[in-house]
Design a binder for this molecule. Structure first.
Ligand code: PEP
Ligand code: MG
Length: 902
């Protein structure tokens, strides 16, 4: 401990006092400099001012009591250690003042180098550098420039202009052509600029320079760009930054000096080997500014073998110590190597998997830790085809990345045209203002879907994600004109047949064809690549980590699928059942007309005819799915469409009738239809006659479905197969609704299954807040609950799921009301609380109650952790998200058994 009053809070830590686990207090940079110091690596001596000091300063607007004295004490001991004093005219100590928050925020906050230089110590610096005046004056002008800009808000361009001016006078473009006299002149010019803008002389007192620089770093925590970056990266706003005061070392003292950055493995591919860049006779900011071209680090071996060997030794040591890929910054000052920074390095998704696998092979980490080091978002990224982008391609619009992937194809504006062109072997992109259930065939036929309206839970987005199809929604710069078969964006007009490319991850839209590469990870999940027999390191590592996740996880993973093909794919991806088969998707196309007849039926006879026609079709649907799932549980949800999806559009119908009347045609039938559609019209269809309400209002509808399910199961079993149906009732808000449906369903099931041995469970969705709050009662009539978190979010927040994301979420995100759409990742405090209450009260009323989730959140990494923690039995998600959910369920299990948090 430093020598100060023991009751006073400690705000300053010598590097020797910290370690890598103190990131909260010392920031990432400070904690790792301390760690390297304690490992005995060559770190320039220095100290760190804590994030606590920063927080105190930011709340009160002044440095906390005791900070100044603690800085003084540490500065004195640094001066003693170095044998130099700050500002000494003969042999000055210079320091850098660097920001360093807990989470890296590259380039967002401030740094000031060469603190301690003034009109007198510049001479001393020249002496230290063996009479190198040029170097000393160059260092001084850099201090005035950085200090002026970052501490005193002097416009940076003024310094740039002065530098350009002097180079022009000298007839050069190269800074290195300026000699000591030129730089001395530049210092004078800089001082004048400084005085003009600040109304004072450049401070000559080194301690004042230091204090002002520290304060500027504190303040930079709340700079606009830092605030924006934090919002973007979901970094809490109240962490504050630490400040590192580090002895300056110089890479610009001649050809035997230099600076570089390096990675202990390739952060792009994960391949083993040293990756880095080196720049001789330069300081770090020259590398960043790109003033001269760097050379590959390997060339340092020729320039300075001793330093190179030492550096390689240190990098190996750091990897072994951190047990991970490290990135480092270093400087060589006249043949002496100094480590300026290290941290566990950022990497691509592919590199994350490859490196985790390598580290297991090298015995540095175990499989639990490997699983902890990767995540579902990375896996998801690896599962989509990607564009091979280079600078030739400029996006023309940006919408919402609604379903990831990359797709190119000819633009079509109708579902029918999409089907037609696809049948001719063309790749097509279906472009609509928004999609509706009638577009389903076109969506299936298209390579990708692009809409100008709608958010991440719009129809287009949900259906596309379900199919694993690329979709960009809400690209509102597009003026889509379906009748004219064209869209305009900016100055461009895109006609049917023109080629566009869409990136469902970034939401970007490109004109023309951008080349696409398939995902080898999907090829592996599809069984097309044998993980035991491939030289693809990524596939081998994904296989190994997935196998471990499956062994570790407690949550089961099911899929949302309504067709045999989706069910089959989901099984290949590892699904252990179907958690949601949405039957309304089975009533589209040709069957739509039957449903319309059913809903609008004027008499019992008409209704019964429609139901009788639907029964065999439904039975065949279920037989296909049960066969595909071969005895795995299949949750079939009884029909739940908002009514308007099945009725002809009111306005269109009214116009048709009026036009026909005008022409004097016989419109009695159409008029009756119009009257019926008017009668059933709803202002808020999502809150209207749907789900269980429809089942209770239209006699025979649910009964037909229950019969079809039971008959299909019996047919499969009698055929020697296995079937495990679970019937799920949607939109229940009161136990009485469920009891009514249940009584009828039980009667039909008993009649159909007879002695076939088929067992059918009956349960409910929990997707209306009232159901969650009365879960104890509802559990009496349900053998399982499946949380419909899409509707639970819609009704919990009162957000229309079709509208709000595109309409105003941007503002909510900007204001930080939430960091991510609650439709994407579960709002644990509110909607999550409803889930928790229902799970607890449901299980209390019926121990052994099976609990799952089938809303979109079932495949969202963060939400999966929440569902694990709440104690659900399974999550269910679209086929493409099944591997992501398996991985995250595995990670959730290991994180709760002691490993470091995510
Ligand atoms: C839900 O509401 O979460 C759900 C799964 O049902 P749907 O999305 O079909 O309304
Ligand atoms: Mg729902």
């Amino acid at each position: 401990m430093a020598a100060h009053d023991p009751v006073e809070q400690k705000y300053v830590y010598d590097f020797a006092e910290g370690n890598k686990d103190l990131k909260d207090l010392l920031g990432g940079k400070g904690a790792n400099l301390a760690e390297m110091t304690n490992l005995g690596l060559p770190v320039p001596p220095g100290f760190t001012i804590t994030t606590e000091a920063c927080k105190a300063y930011l709340t009160t607007g002044r440095e906390p009591d005791g900070l100044a004295a603690q800085i003084e004490a540490h500065l004195e001991s640094l001066e003693r250690e170095m044998g130099r004093r700050l500002g000494d005219p003969d042999d000055p100590l210079l320091v850098s003042v660097r920001s360093g928050a807990k989470f890296s925020m590259p380039g967002m906050m401030e740094t000031v180098l060469n603190v301690g230089l003034n009109d007198r110590s510049v001479v001393g610096l020249s002496n230290q550098a063996g009479g190198n005046d040029r170097f000393a004056w160059d260092s001084y002008r850099r201090l005035i420039q950085m200090f002026g800009k970052t501490v005193c808000e002097v416009p940076g361009e003024e310094f740039e202009h002065a530098l350009d001016e002097i180079k022009r006078a000298k007839g050069t473009h190269n800074d290195l052509d300026l000699d000591a006299d030129d730089l001395r002149g530049l210092v004078d010019a800089y001082k004048q600029i400084f005085a003009k803008h600040t109304g004072r002389e450049f401070p000559q007192e080194p301690r004042e320079q230091l204090d002002l620089a520290i304060r500027a770093v504190f303040d930079s925590w709340n700079a606009e760009r830092a605030i924006l970056y934090r919002r973007q990266e979901r970094i809490p706003a109240d962490l504050g930054t630490a400040v590192n005061v580090v002895t300056m070392v110089f890479g610009n003292l001649g050809p035997d000096s230099g600076t570089g950055v390096a990675f202990t493995r390739d952060p792009g591919s994960g391949a083993q080997g040293i990756y880095g860049d080196y720049l001789a006779n330069a300081q770090g900011e020259d590398v960043v500014a790109g003033i001269r071209n760097t050379v590959p680090l390997q060339e340092l071996e020729q320039l300075d073998k001793t330093s190179y060997d030492e550096l390689l030794g240190i990098m190996a040591r750091l990897e072994e110590h951190y047990k991970d890929l490290c990135d480092i910054e270093f400087t060589i000052e006249r043949g002496k190597l100094w480590m300026l920074q290290t941290r566990v390095g950022k990497r691509t998704a592919a590199a994350a998997f490859v490196i985790a696998g390598q580290l297991v092979d090298e015995g540095l980490i175990d499989l639990d830790e490997a699983l902890h080091r990767v995540n579902g978002a990375q896996l998801a990224q690896l599962m989509f085809p990607r564009f091979q982008l280079d600078h030739e391609f400029e996006p023309v619009a940006k919408g919402i990345g609604a379903s990831p992937g990359a797709a190119s194809g000819k633009v079509v504006f109708t579902s029918a045209r999409a089907v037609e062109l696809a049948a001719e072997g063309e790749s097509v992109i279906l472009v609509r203002r928004e999609t509706n259930p009638d577009d389903l065939n076109g969506m299936i036929a298209a390579k990708g879907i692009l809409t100008s309206r709608g958010g991440k839970t719009s129809h287009a987005a949900v259906v596309a994600r379900g199919m694993g199809k690329t979709c960009v929604s809400g690209a509102d710069e597009l003026e889509v004109n379906v009748p004219a078969k064209k869209f305009t964006v900016g100055d461009h007009v895109v006609n049917e047949g023109d080629v566009v490319s869409i990136d469902g991850t970034t939401g970007k839209v490109y004109l023309g064809e951008v080349p696409v590469m398939p995902s080898e990870v999907v090829q592996y999940f599809e069984g097309e690549l044998d993980p035991e027999n491939t030289d693809d390191a990524l596939v081998r590592s994904v296989h190994r980590i997935m196998t471990h996740a499956d062994a570790a996880r407690r949550l089961r993973v099911r899929t949302n699928a309504d067709t045999g093909a989706d069910a089959a794919r989901a099984r290949r991806f590892g699904a252990e059942g179907i958690g949601l088969c949405r039957t309304e998707h089975m009533f589209l196309g040709d069957r739509r007309e039957l449903v319309e007849r059913l809903i609008l039926a004027s008499g019992e006879r008409e209704r019964e005819d429609a139901l009788a026609a639907l029964l065999p079709l439904q039975r065949a649907d279920f037989i296909e799915i049960f066969r595909e799932m071969d005895g795995l549980p299949v949750t079939v949800r009884l029909i739940d469409p908002p009514l308007h999806e099945f009725l002809p559009p009111l306005e269109q119908l009214a116009v048709n009738v009026a036009v026909a009347q005008e022409r004097g045609e016989d419109v009695a039938k159409e008029e009756a239809l119009l009257a019926a559609v008017r009668r059933m019209h709803e202002e808020n269809p999502m809150l209207g006659l749907r789900g269980v309400r429809l089942g209770l209002v239209i006699p025979g509808l649910f009964a037909m479905q229950v019969r079809a399910i039971a008959e299909a199961a019996v047919a499969v079993v009698r055929d020697g197969g296995k079937a495990c149906p679970e019937i799920m009732v949607p939109l229940v808000g009161a136990v009485q609704e469920l009891e009514t449906v249940r009584a009828e369903a039980e009667r039909i099931i008993a009649e159909v299954v007879g002695d076939s041995g088929v067992e059918v469970l009956i349960g409910t969705m929990i997707e209306v807040p009232r159901a969650a709050l009365t879960a104890g009662q509802i559990a009496e009539a349900a053998e399982f609950f499946s949380f419909g978190t899409n509707d639970l979010t819609q009704m919990g927040w009162g957000f229309s799921r079709d509208d709000v994301e595109g309409a105003f979420f941007w503002r909510y995100l900007e204001l930080g009301i939430f960091g991510i759409s609650p439709f994407e990742s579960i709002d644990t405090d509110g909607v999550g609380r409803l889930v928790r209450i229902a799970a607890e009260e449901g299980r209390a009323a019926r121990p052994g109650l099976k609990l799952g989730v089938c809303g979109e959140h079932g495949g969202d990494p963060d939400s999966v952790h929440f569902f694990h923690e709440v104690g659900l039995d399974y999550v269910s998600c679209s086929p493409f998200r099944v591997p992501v959910a398996r991985l995250e369920a595995g990670r959730a299990s290991i994180t709760t058994t002691g490993s470091d948090s995510r």
